[in-house]
Design a protein around this ligand. Structure first.
Ligand code: GLV
Length: 321
């Protein structure tokens, strides 16, 4: 029997490519070349499966041009690069990579929160620039994490992981807002209270964004929302670029309308709004919240498992449609 053909659109662990090669004829992009949409479509010709990452857009145009495609497996929990409705209409299975990254990503969210509130990047840059000539009592004074109020927008698995860290580890009061309220058991486990979005923005000392990106969540945080936040507050975005209006955030940070921000994701990344690059009170990281080797390997293996399951006639493990 001839083996199905698949495309691995980005460079990935060699051992995962080797696993895929046991089942498929694999064309992979181990040089990690950046492809245009036309090149992506051209590479997908005759392929039944695609291993994608969050930057590989699969929409109606791609689907119409690639009639052999049966499954696209995303090596990411977020899947705003997929037009899932168009995939369903075209009979193409979409899968993502949830769960395996939850705790690693929650760790990172917390790390970014602490780095932001305690001004770690700003003070490190100062030190590296040779500006530290003497200690002073209020040097890089930040805001406390312990005992403060953490507001989480988006209370899926990662949001819950961050809530547990805050409530159980740092004695924070945790409030959250989400499309749907958690069960009473989950709220008790996370020690989190449900509030409206406006109340969250007004009350929280630290606002953490962990909601999925969609047209409905575009610019969830813009100038109006930033103006509701406390002037001492911090904002952390580990969700997706586009959830925050980065230009409005840059103005708010420059004018100290909020104290600081920590950003792992950006509108139009890998481009970053130029003002964010020069403002001191923002910590910037290049979309690395799930980046530990064991977690990235687990994500890649889950995407591979989905491809293997579907193209050998079984059900996907983590379907989106
Ligand atoms: C990373 O951003 C992911 O969605 O997995």
């Amino acid at each position: 029997m001839t083996q199905p053909k698949i495309l691995v659109a980005r460079a990935v662990f060699p051992e995962v490519i080797a696993r895929l090669e046991q089942h498929f004829v694999v064309e992979s992009n181990q040089l990690d070349d950046s492809w245009t949409k036309e090149q992506f479509i051209q590479k997908l010709q005759g392929k039944q499966g695609a291993f994608t990452t969050g930057g590989d857009r699969v929409d109606a145009e791609v689907l119409a041009a690639c009639p052999d495609l049966k499954i696209c497996a995303n090596m990411a929990v977020g899947y705003n690069n997929f037009d899932v409705d168009a995939m369903t209409q075209a009979g193409v299975i979409a899968t993502n990579a949830p769960d395996v990254l939850t705790e690693t990503t929650a760790d990172f969210g917390f790390a970014l929160l602490m780095a932001t509130a305690r001004r770690m990047s700003e003070s490190e840059h100062y030190l590296r620039a040779g500006k530290w000539s003497k200690w002073s009592f209020d040097m890089f004074a930040g805001s406390d994490i312990h005992g403060s109020t953490l507001g989480i927008l988006g209370m899926g698995r990662i949001g819950q992981g961050i809530a547990r860290r805050g409530a159980h580890g740092f004695g924070m009061s945790v409030i959250y807002h989400n499309r749907s309220r958690l069960s009473a058991e989950l709220e008790a486990d996370c020690k989190a209270s449900y509030v409206g979005k406006e109340e969250l923005l007004k009350t929280a000392d630290h606002v953490m964004l962990v909601l999925p990106y969609s047209a409905a969540t575009h610019h969830t945080i813009g100038a109006a929302e930033l103006s509701l936040m406390k002037p001492t507050a911090t904002l952390v975005n580990i969700a997706r670029g586009g959830i925050v209006d980065d230009a409005a955030l840059a103005s708010a940070l420059a004018a100290r309308r909020i104290a600081a921000a920590g950003l792992d994701v950006f509108e139009g990344e890998p481009k970053v709004h130029p003002d964010l690059l020069t403002i001191p009170n923002v910590v910037l990281t290049p979309h690395i919240a799930s980046a530990t080797i064991p977690t990235r390997l687990a994500m890649a293996n889950l995407a591979a498992d989905n491809l293997i399951a579907v193209l050998t006639g079984n059900k996907p493990l983590t379907p989106l449609n």
